[in-house]
Design a protein around this ligand. Structure first.
Ligand code: SF4
Length: 98
């Protein structure tokens, strides 16, 4: 998936399957909250928020929810402790993760 292929269409439909679903940041956050994750595997809340702040400043963020480089919803991608930022110029979460 290239940067240019994501976001041009917008996110009124799922970019993968075309289903009409609510992909607002609020709805995605509600989905994230419903999926359990072991505390030992999850990023601490402060780290999670720092990662999301880095994403908010990134040129690869699409429609406030999607990373153009990996195709992930950032609210899911940033959640596991061992996750990483896939930016080709390097990990933009580096400052958050140290
Ligand atoms: S490249 Fe990294 S910082 Fe940018 S949106 Fe994707 S995960 Fe976030």
């Amino acid at each position: 998936m290239s940067v240019n292929n994501v976001g041009a269409k917008g996110l009124s439909d799922c970019p993968r399957c075309g289903s009409e679903i609510d992909l607002s940041p609020e709805n995605i956050a509600a989905m994230v909250a419903e999926i359990p994750i072991s505390p030992s595997l999850a990023a601490e809340e402060s780290l999670y928020k720092k990662r999301l702040s880095a994403c908010a400043e990134c040129e690869a963020l699409r429609e406030s929810v999607l990373c153009a480089y990996c195709g992930c919803f950032i609210l899911f991608r940033a959640r596991p402790k061992k996750s990483y930022c896939p930016h080709p110029k390097g990990n933009l979460w580096e400052n958050a993760d140290t």
